[in-house]
Design a protein around this ligand. Structure first.
Ligand SMILES: CC(C)(COP(=O)(O)OP(=O)(O)OC[C@H]1O[C@@H](n2cnc3c(N)ncnc32)[C@H](O)[C@@H]1OP(=O)(O)O)[C@@H](O)C(=O)NCCC(=O)NCCS
Length: 287
């Protein structure tokens, strides 16, 4: 198949089942996997079912009658950044064609772009390189199942009085991240627990229950002056306990591979390495 024979069009409801089956088959293979959406068909069906929300941001490639590629654009128009989800395609030329068309259709909405293939997804890493994306520091994806619901907590849910300190701590620790402190503490879906030292808020964990029912840890930060006293360990354990108490079956997270302290922490709490993801960025870098 050549890119020249492709028809590229926005996917409507009528193609949803095909898109889900196509993407689920790709997501199950490490050498075709990308971040930001699930792996199993049920989760993907749920994520893609918000197709009206995606509108012309879910693009498919058709060759003859066959679906041979898909690409989703998750755009933060305020930040002017796009997270490309996919492209999943049967060859590199189709992937490039999908990205190029999407970039030309939606390019007025963003200046910064990110793609996040599994480190074993060499075809997409190659496509990204060919289009001028630059690889940043890889991240490890870890998960923990069989969460324990019992035991006592030494951390507390964030109160309105903690919000300012948590936002400041967050901005100081995670410079340039996509969710600034003020937005994080106000986010509806995000839960935050805090750890205190002598009454002062010195650490926080931000987590959520995703649409597939699993837990996800978004951020974990401890003030530099309060580190190595077990605050992070307590925050992670208590977040997992809170989720387990609600029947959440598993917790996932992503952490930069150059943060050995954080990796050691999560592994020592029973988290298991699932995959390594390589962020490929265009127009910006997070190092
Ligand atoms: C990573 C971080 C949250 C750890 O917070 P903390 O309160 O100091 O961690 P804890 O005291 O609970 O440490 C628990 C375990 O994690 C590991 N650990 C934590 N910091 C470490 C470091 N700098 N180097 C090596 N191991 C480390 C150790 O195994 C430690 O157990 P030990 O002290 O018994 O050896 C903190 O250093 C931080 O905010 N870093 C910047 C942001 C970040 O990387 N967040 C995590 C990714 S989202």
């Amino acid at each position: 198949m050549t890119a020249a024979g492709l028809r590229l069009l926005p996917a409507g409801e009528e193609r949803l089942a095909d898109v889900v089956a196509f993407v689920a088959a790709a997501q199950a293979q490490p050498e075709r996997h990308v971040s930001f959406v699930g792996v199993d068909a049920g989760t993907l069906r749920h994520e893609f079912s918000e197709v009206e929300k995606w509108g012309d941001r879910l693009l498919v490639a058709i060759d003859g009658g066959d679906l041979v590629g898909a690409l989703l654009a998750d755009i933060d128009e305020e930040m002017r950044r796009v997270w490309w989800i996919g492209p999943w395609a049967t060859d590199e030329d189709a992937a490039i064609e999908l990205l190029s068309v999407a970039r030309s259709r939606l390019g007025t909405l963003f200046d910064e772009e990110e793609l996040a293939p599994d480190s074993r997804n060499e075809p997409l890493r190659s496509v990204a390189r060919r289009l001028g994306f630059v690889e940043d520091t890889p991240s490890s994806v870890l998960s923990k199942v069989d969460l324990a619901a019992d035991g006592s907590s030494s951390t507390e849910p964030m109160t309105p009085a903690d919000a300012g300190t948590v936002a400041e701590l967050h901005d100081a620790i995670f410079v340039g991240t996509h969710t600034p402190g003020a937005k994080l503490v106000a986010a509806e879906r995000t839960r935050i627990r805090v750890a205190r030292v002598d009454g002062t808020t010195a650490g926080y964990i931000a987590f959520e229950v995703q649409s597939d029912g699993a837990g996800y840890i978004d951020y974990l930060g401890v003030s530099p002056g309060a580190r190595r006293r077990g605050l992070a360990r307590a925050l992670v354990a208590d977040a997992c306990r809170e989720l387990a108490g609600e029947g959440v079956p598993a917790v996932h997270l992503t952490v930069r591979a150059d943060a050995p302290g954080a990796l050691d922490l999560y592994r020592s709490l029973g988290f298991v390495d699932e995959r390594v993801v390589v962020p490929c960025r265009f127009g910006f870098t997070l190092g």
